[in-house]
Design a protein around this ligand. Sequence first.
Ligand code: 4AD
Ligand code: MG
Length: 428
Amino acid sequence: MSWIRDLPSRVGERVELRAWLIKKRSSGKIAFLQLRDGSGVVQAVASRGDVAEEAWEAIQQVTQESLVRAAGTVSADSRAPGGVELHLAELTIEHLTSDYPITPKEHGTAFLMEHRHLWLRSSRQRAILAVRNEVCQGIRDFFYERDFVLIDSPILTPAACEGTSTLFATDYFGDAAFLSQSGQLYLEPAAAAFGKVYCFGPTFRAEKSKTRRHLMEFWMVEPEVAFMEFEELGPLAEEFLVYLVSRVLERCGEQLKVLQRDPAKLETVTAPFPRITYRQAIELLQERGNAIEWGDDFGAEHETELARGFDRPLMVTHFPAAIKAFYMEPDPEHPELALALDVIAPEGYGEIIGGSQRIHDHDLLERRIREHDLPREAFQWYLDVRRYGTFPHSGFGMGIERFVAWVTGAKHLRETIPYPRMLYKIYP
Ligand code: 4AD
Ligand code: MG
């Protein structure tokens, strides 16, 4: 049995494969079948005179998404995608499909989401998820090559990381537990064990926001580096993004073509990225007529506005501490500001990275925990990192669905994860 992906190296040979029928067209004498086996797509051609009567019958009968077994000769054809065609000698139907719900006509998104398990088979969804696969591998390679150690942070946690309002709670043998919003707090102690660490796993936010940029369950990659101070955090984020974008450009050209994503829009993503402070960002927005005040957090429309005019990600730094998480190190010159960094993607894809230097002074961190009304007992272990050889450290998190949406040009995050979890939607 062969995989379609391997056919270009087998021109002239007879091969056998199993595949699903994407579509077919047929006249009385000749039939064209588009076949997909997961590894690729190939056009199979059958001439009535060249195949047995049963095979010709099967070709007439076969329906969209039926599973077939096909045998034939691989022939070069420069017009075909992949450069080859399969000249059929035999075809049998292994499973005849009837009433496949996703037909070539247009379907509404609600319908497609209900059929997400089948929608995955379509060329656009396959292209997006193949890019996601490349991005995930790129993330692991990037950190591995730079001597980061992977630390798998827990998913069930006793405390909040990114604010208590978006926690999914569950019962843990009579105690409350929460699905992790971020692995960061667990990474910080590991940075004292390994220096450079990262985690990469699913994170959860019960955000009552129904936007194209929010999922309830998303995957976040988070590096954390011992002794790294704020000035070095931007360069790490920049190097990381440049690496991942060029990796997609190098290895996913075929997918970008399917997605009609213009690579020129990504080729500009080189260092250095533009950097502005939060204060400059507010002034810029005000100049452009936005009703926003110093101290307000950015909404999606502000991020889109800020990114306008930049052909690469924009870094915004020095946010008011009041709108950021409790663990962020204050700016020594302006303690009302946090040494925080957000990276905003071009073209309206919004914030893709959030990070900061972390507070390493025990008493200050303890005060912040109190000020944020967080339960001190639940954070004792986190304070311990500041009790035993405390050290400056910094890190960031990137939601990979936001990144994949940007590079693929997907308008909505729901297409960038196999089974999206969205507000009030958990089927299939
Ligand atoms: O800015 P956030 O909340 O930062 C953290 O969680 C830090 N603990 C990370 C760290 O410093 N280690 O989230 C980080 C990123 C965002 O920039 C965004 O890309 C993504 O996670 N994100 C979401 N992606 C999809 N759906 C959501 N609801 C998201 N919320 C955040
Ligand atoms: Mg953020």
